[in-house]
Design a protein around this ligand. Structure first.
Ligand SMILES: Nc1ncnc2c1ncn2[C@@H]1O[C@H](COP(=O)(O)OP(=O)(O)OP(=O)(O)O)[C@@H](O)[C@H]1O
Length: 559
């Protein structure tokens, strides 16, 4: 059989772009995108993307050039996930809640040639470009105009500075060629996406993914979440965050309806779920917390599948969300893996367990998706797999086709996390006897108290059980005696604000449920906890605050 080799009929480069052509054939007359009063069908979306792709090319964008987008979850943002790649360009989504300085750094780092700018982000791009040093080429700008009520009623829409745009996005659609022969990858390893990480632990890093990786993560995610044909998908997860965990391409593969929205809160989400009979949505645990604590919450008429990832979901939040009729699935991934690569694969027999036990099991991150090659939790000292005992800590390592090509212009950073055949995640976890892993912390967040490693996630999960607590984060506070002690930052639920529990009461609550060394020795009440735009609590900011508080000064007997 050695003479049988790959040949053109069996080795076309994998790419997720082909899903769109197929959707236009199979689901041509069915809705692809719904945004306020606008609805497109899959054949319209296909043609619009071809037109935009041809226009991008006619603006001088060549294969491998970076094209950036600064927009919320609106139709143009969705279309550019296809159109930019169809023009041969590399798509770079920029988080629109970043400050101008960071946006400016990212645009220079990526050497972006063209930036699509939502009309409400004009000030941001204006300021970002004004920070370009002289002599550095400035990217050209395309305006994504939006005349919907939501966009035009925003205060910032009227006060935008004059920014020079080449033309509008709709001009590109209009003047583009619907018969454009889109640029197919010559190799499935061709770079396709440049995403910057959230910057939860450090400055954002530029993650590059190839066409093959995107194809694999898209197909794998659809299988793992058991997404049926023609779901109704509500865009509550920002597409600028790791390409919405691959679901822009996934929805084309299954002919789903994308319900786009510019901004969201619990009221809008509940309204859209009812109006469109939403079947699927994604969100970080912060979204689940918001939905389950909202005064608008009421049990859903039909179950809605919600996929959560991005931060550890406390069991108490999972429990509250499911009791409203959401069917929660829990996954884990990183910008570096283009989406979710581990999930808490649910077993039918677990349905018979009490709700709180189900939530506890579901809070575990789980097992590899079918398309991943291997995952493991390695002892940092020996490099060997940790014991499957649910308590020995190690680092999660991954291997599979959707792991990034590497960090842009950062060979040292790439080599640091991609070595010995593994991608090292920097996440600390245990392996349970049943082969499911559970994250205990990020390596930078582990608290070391009296030589004992202490999982901030475990302490947080207990704090979330407290009826008055809305959100909680636990970080290390320096301590002269113990080295570090746990310091809890909490925000309280709106409705109990008059009746605030004391620091001591919260510590007592934890003491009933945790070993003494894990009980927070300090509790700080805050109106709101600092978060990244993707809803992750910025522990490095809290850590700085805890540090500035000085030694907790605990005495031995208190621990
Ligand atoms: N289900 C989950 N449970 C716990 N943590 C999760 C889960 N899913 C993702 N995470 C956390 O999110 C991280 C990946 O997030 P992302 O790629 O958005 O950037 P970031 O790591 O937050 O930013 P930066 O690398 O710049 O600090 C993981 O490494 C992990 O710490």
């Amino acid at each position: 059989m050695e003479d049988l080799k790959p040949t053109p009929p069996n080795s076309s480069p994998l790419t997720p772009i082909g899903f769109l052509e197929r959707a236009a054939t199979v689901y041509g007359d069915c809705p692809s995108i719904v945004y306020n009063t606008t609805t497109y069908t899959w054949s319209q979306t296909h043609l619009r993307c071809l037109r935009v792709a041809s226009s991008i090319q006619s603006l001088g964008i060549k294969k491998g050039h970076v094209v950036s987008v600064l927009a919320p979850n609106i139709p143009a943002m969705y279309e550019l996930h296809f159109a930019a790649l169809m023009s041969g360009a590399i798509l770079n989504n920029i988080n629109l809640r970043l400050d101008p300085r960071t946006v400016s750094i990212l645009l220079r780092h990526s050497e972006s040639k063209l930036v699509f700018v939502d009309q409400l982000s004009q000030s941001l791009i204006h300021e970002a470009l004004s920070l370009f040093p002289p002599g550095i080429p400035i990217p050209r700008l395309i305006l994504i105009a939006d005349d919907t009520d939501e966009a035009s009623s925003s205060p910032s829409s009227s006060s935008s500075p004059a920014v020079e745009f080449v033309c509008s996005y709709e001009d590109l659609v209009e003047r583009g060629d619907p018969g454009f022969e889109w640029i197919r990858p010559t190799s499935e390893w061709d770079p396709a996406i440049l995403n910057y990480t959230s910057g939860t632990t450090s400055s954002p890093k530029g993650v590059v993914h190839c066409q093959r990786g995107l194809f694999l993560i898209t197909v794998d995610s659809l299988i793992d979440w058991a997404v049926p044909k023609q779901p109704v998908y509500l865009w509550t997860l920002p597409m600028f965050h790791a390409n919405g965990w691959s679901f822009p391409w996934g929805m084309a593969a299954v002919g789903g309806t994308n319900i786009c929205l510019r901004k969201f809160d619990a009221t809008i989400i509940y309204r859209l779920i009812r109006a469109h009979n939403v079947t699927h949505m994604c969100g970080a645990p912060v979204v689940l917390n918001m939905l389950s604590n909202s005064p608008d919450n009421e049990p859903l008429k039909n179950p809605v599948n919600i996929l959560t990832a991005g931060a550890p979901p406390p069991a108490a939040v999972l429990h509250r969300t499911e009791s409203l009729g959401f069917v929660v699935s829990h996954g884990y991934g990183l910008t570096e893996t283009a989406g979710l690569v581990v999930s808490c694969a649910w077993k039918r027999e677990w349905n018979r367990l009490p709700a709180s036990e189900r939530a506890r099991l579901k809070a575990r991150q789980g097992v590899r998706l079918a398309g991943m090659t291997r995952i493991d939790v390695l002892d940092p000292n020996t490099g060997k797999s940790v014991k499957r005992d649910g308590s020995t800590l190690g680092e999660i390592v991954l291997r599979g086709g959707c792991v990034m090509l590497g960090y842009l212009k950062d060979p040292a950073g790439t080599a640091k996390c991609m070595k010995d055949g593994w991608f090292f995640t920097g996440d600390v976890a245990v392996m349970h006897p049943d082969g499911y892993l559970e994250i205990k912390d990020r390596s930078k967040d582990v608290i070391i108290s009296g030589g004992e490693n202490l999982s901030s996630v475990e302490v947080e999960s207990v704090l979330y059980m407290h009826p008055a607590i809305n959100e909680a984060a636990v970080v290390a506070r320096p301590d002269d005696f113990w080295g570090e002690t746990p310091c809890a930052f909490v925000s309280l639920k709106e409705r109990i604000r008059g009746n605030k529990p004391s620091e001591k009461e919260i510590m007592e609550f934890c003491r009933e449920k945790l070993p003494h060394y894990m009980v927070p020795k300090t509790v700080v009440f805050k109106e709101e906890l600092p978060k990244t735009s993707t809803g992750k609590i910025q522990k490095f900011i809290l850590r700085e605050t805890a540090k500035s508080m000085g030694s907790a000064g605990t005495r031995r007997s208190r621990i």
